[in-house]
Design a protein around this ligand. Sequence first.
Ligand code: NAD
Length: 534
Amino acid sequence: METISTFKNQPLRDFSEEKNRAAIESALVEIEALIRSRSLAAAPIIGGAKRGGCETFSRKDPSNLNVTVGTTEFASVELAAEALESCRRGFPAWQATSLSTRAAVLHEAASIMRDRSAFLTALIIREAGKPWKEADADVAEAIDFCDYYADEMLRIGPARRTQEVLGEDNVLFYQPRGVAAVISPWNFPLAITAGMTVAALVAGNTVVLKPSEQTGLIAHELARILYAAGVPADALAFLPGRGETVGRFIVEHPHTSLIAFTGSRAVGLEISRSAAEVRPGQRGLKRVIAELGGKNAVIVDDDADFDDAVRGVLYSAFGFAGQKCSACSRLIVVGDAYEPFLARLAAATQDIIVSRAEDPSAFLGPVIDEESQSRILGAISEAQGQCTILAQGVVSDEVSRSGTFVPPTIFRDVSASHPLWTDEIFGPVLSCARANSFDQALEMAVASDYALTGGVFSRHPGHISSAREKFRVGNLYINRSITGALVARQPFGGFAFSGIGSKAGGPDYLLQFLEPRVVTENTMRRGFSPDLSN
Ligand code: NAD
């Protein structure tokens, strides 16, 4: 079998090493000083100029609700129109910039992020409430996206001859699409925002970047890094704002050629519908890339290694409080393993450390905000009337009072029609069910609207090979956790209602940001006039 890539990923920090802990600790001290002096502030940047907003959004630290981390000025739709116009004007020059220059800009951005990685990690810890390990992985992935897409553009960018034929020259090459609207979620506030933005840029598009409301500060750092790396002022507009106003406006705008969106199914569907409508002044069909949610299942076979499986399931379900599109939210255990496995899982759930994200021992931090917290707690209490709780983790009163915490919660014997089993909750909630056989477990796993990730813990070679074939999801993991895809190693993304788009961090991703062209020239000599060459 051919190996696709030799890409080297940015190593994750090993926090068992003192120097790595010290780097984050001192970055957290630096961020704390900036918070106290109210220095963390983001605002729209259009044509290189900082602009005022129509609303000031205060971001509370989800681990410490009495602390405002910083403020973000939200753009109005009038400013959004200016952003689109600036990027439309900037497109011809950026399109004409050589591939090698555009790739060099991304490598430079990666290098700046590497130098500032501790600061960026600490900012994510405070702004998004991500525990250390998760925040570090977010930064490493952003670095990888920059380096990987730069390399990929150099690989696919140069023109290629389609065939050798006598008397005819046939050349295939790519052109960028135009102005890209990049709309990102809060759960990978740096990695996903950077990934979509730099892919669009390196392909030669200009970008209007609208980050999530909750994570404007880290997105602002990204924009500044990209300008410092050499992205021209009119190739990128930073446009924090409300999804329902500014987000909707840039999707609808006739000058937008491409929408790169990662977020919820409901918004993704609305964007797809809206982008299909042709509006006055529009010059072509809009391309939509939409990476959406998941309702991911892990199957534990009756011969699985329970130690590995308990660890893998708990990390997949409760890492970053279950707020990953790849998180495990359904557990299917085969046959007689059901009761003993659930007993082990329940016991291990009691050991989960729920704490503030800045606490290095936190396994599970807060959820993103109060709205999310009350939605998830509401789903748990509603389900309690109909389903049985197997286990619930412990949150101390002191931690619970300080932020938007939700205890890790596991339901047992959940029926296939219950919303717990069918709907994405996006919080630390896991539902379990028993299957009579491995085949039935596979059927239960794929009976979902979504097809993003999935996992199998098994020692049975026949079952593993059957899972490879029948467990149809974008990313299937065997005998390991189902989150934490690495750029180039596990190109990431799903299908069905998990999205339309080709895998982020994979060899096909950039093609979506490009339009292929072919030029055919008859090269048989027919009265060629060299004197006309000028
Ligand atoms: P969301 O859909 O609420 O918001 C995502 C972005 O869309 C935000 O920037 C928001 O402001 C904007 N937005 C909201 N309404 C809009 C509208 N009408 N028009 C245009 N833009 C609009 O999602 P979220 O809560 O930020 O993120 C969580 C969701 O993202 C989950 O469903 C998760 O599964 C999904 N997700 C998927 C992937 C993937 O790769 N498949 C990765 C991460 C997150």
